[in-house]
Every structure is written in structure tokens, then in C-alpha cells.
Write a new protein. Structure first.
Length: 148
């Protein structure tokens, strides 16, 4: 392929970069599932042994649909990472189911410091591709794909 040709503006290179990581999270209840999904995000972002839990961030979310609440929750973690320049180690979540599902979360972590923390993937977004939250018997399961 001649890249000096005026009609050739770009070409796609396949199998060079993999831009997504998928994971499943589990929990005996919604609180545990949301906490475990957050933990997966935390572990994808940094080696948790190098992250101090010295700062807390609290927030609340509402959504009519539980799957959208999970999506919003994980997206909020990424927003906090980017806006407050933080990585997290622990999450505590309380969900009240109802007509409007309510979530209260406390995240513990620290400011990003590459000299102290072993940073891994810089997650850009939670995707809707394959995104799923479902109850299986007495447990909950979520499938999440993140864009890195």
C-alpha cells in the first residue's frame, strides 16, 4: 500500500492494540457485588499493595434501574480518578432498592503518585458492550467491559 497516495489518509492496524478488558464480579447481595466490581476497577488501575487508604471520598447516586446504577457507580469511580487524581483501595457500598434505587458509597484511597504506587491501566470508560447485571439463584453477577 502506497501511503504517499493522496487518497490514503489512514489505515487501520488490526491486532496491534487491545483496548478493552472484560471482567465478571460476584456478590451474595447487591452491596457485595458493587464493592467487588469496584475492587476489580481498583486492581486494574494499580497494584493495591502500593496504594494507601489515607483519604475518603463519599458520594450518593440514584437510578431507577439497578444495572444503570452499577454503570453510574463504576463511571463515578473513573470520574473521581480523573478529576481528583486518585486511585482507590477499598469501597463500602449500601444500596437501598426501591422505585428509585439509591446508592451510598465510601471509597478509600490516595492521590496518584507514580513514585509510590505501581500504576497499571488508565481506564478511560465503562462500556455498554456486554454490560450485564443479573441475579443467579441466590447470588448476583455482573459482566463489565472497560475501555483502556
Amino acid at each position: 500500500m502506497n501511503i504517499n497516495n493522496d487518497k490514503t489518509k489512514y489505515k487501520f492496524l488490526e491486532d496491534i492494540a487491545i483496548a478493552d478488558i472484560a471482567f465478571e464480579a460476584y456478590g451474595k447481595d447487591l452491596n457485595e457485588l458493587f464493592e467487588n466490581a469496584a475492587l476489580a476497577i481498583f486492581e486494574l488501575s494499580a497494584d493495591l499493595d502500593t496504594v494507601d487508604a489515607s483519604k475518603k471520598v463519599e458520594f450518593e447516586l440514584e437510578n431507577n434501574k439497578l444495572d444503570n446504577l452499577l454503570y453510574d457507580f463504576l463511571s463515578e469511580i473513573l470520574f473521581l480518578k480523573d478529576s481528583k487524581y486518585m486511585v482507590f483501595k477499598h469501597a463500602h457500598v449500601i444500596i437501598e432498592e426501591g422505585k428509585k434505587n439509591k446508592l451510598k458509597a465510601v471509597l478509600e484511597g490516595d492521590k496518584i503518585n507514580p513514585e509510590v504506587q505501581s500504576l497499571e491501566n488508565d481506564i478511560k470508560a465503562i462500556t455498554m458492550h456486554m454490560f450485564e447485571l443479573k441475579k443467579e439463584k441466590n447470588n448476583w453477577k455482573a459482566t463489565v467491559v472497560v475501555d483502556i
